[in-house]
Design a protein around this ligand. Sequence first.
Ligand SMILES: C[S@@+](CC[C@H](N)C(=O)[O-])C[C@H]1O[C@@H](n2cnc3c(N)ncnc32)[C@H](O)[C@@H]1O
Length: 290
Amino acid sequence: MHVWSKLSSPKWSDAWEERFSGSPHLSLVITEVPGRKTTRVEVFCERKKDALEIQKNFGGSVREVKQQNWAALAPEPPEPIRVRDRLVIVAARSAKEIAAAQKEFPGRDIIAMPADLAFGTGHHATTSTVLRFLADVAEKWQKEGRGWTLCDLGCGTGILGIAAEKLGAKKVWGCDFDPQAVRVAKENVVRNHAERCSFVKADVLTWNPKQQWDCVAANIFYDILTDAFPTIVRAMKPDGIVFVSGILKEQAQGCLDAGRRAGLEFDQVVTKGKWVTARGHLVAAKRPKN
Ligand SMILES: C[S@@+](CC[C@H](N)C(=O)[O-])C[C@H]1O[C@@H](n2cnc3c(N)ncnc32)[C@H](O)[C@@H]1O
């Protein structure tokens, strides 16, 4: 057993949990350090190569541990997540596990998202709220007979894009600036037979959209969003919609105001725990002429 560890700001605890909770080979422990403003993040790894991979991506240090009680550290398998009456997100890794999940949840599309080195298992409040927004708009557009496309900015595991395809999107394009996330998203495309999805490495802050989408999803943290709103607006069809998330409650006003200055109007704002997710569209007067 090896343990990777690093000191981190408490504000990143959710992000560490998203990345490392639920994997059968990894156990995450976050500890407050008395008298310090930082927390200690530790990931116990059955395999040394996993600890070294984490170190390669996030810095920190790796040491071997001789403790015996590994069973106490073994994570509970994560609960499946139901999205409306359409989808179930499960941690299945193999085709056999996916088939078992399909049997358990007949009539729903299964999305297999095993915990990996990328954000997006569906358990985080930001992801689950965007998933519900997606299911709702997909239902509306299906009733209207509108074919639709999705752009997934900060794709992480690819969960939003893959869910969009299962919900009927005819084309999905997504990006992340983290190469590990893009690798994981591509693996998940294959795992979920989501052939209409493509994911690439790109930084939203330097990206120049060459086409417009019916729906843009950006669960990408408030500070990036604040700077990226003008780009997001250029990526939207005149009658398109945007879902933004990754916004802490106390930053929501400033962040959504930046969206409004870029030409957006928000018609739905949902707060779940400390996270805010909003649905927006272009203000008519500011719609780009496509
Ligand atoms: C909160 S996670 C969201 C993952 C997934 N879309 C979901 O909803 O669960 C944010 C993702 O955005 C990526 N990201 C952050 N800043 C970025 C940037 N400037 N350009 C591209 N991706 C970025 C991170 O690497 C991370 O994978």
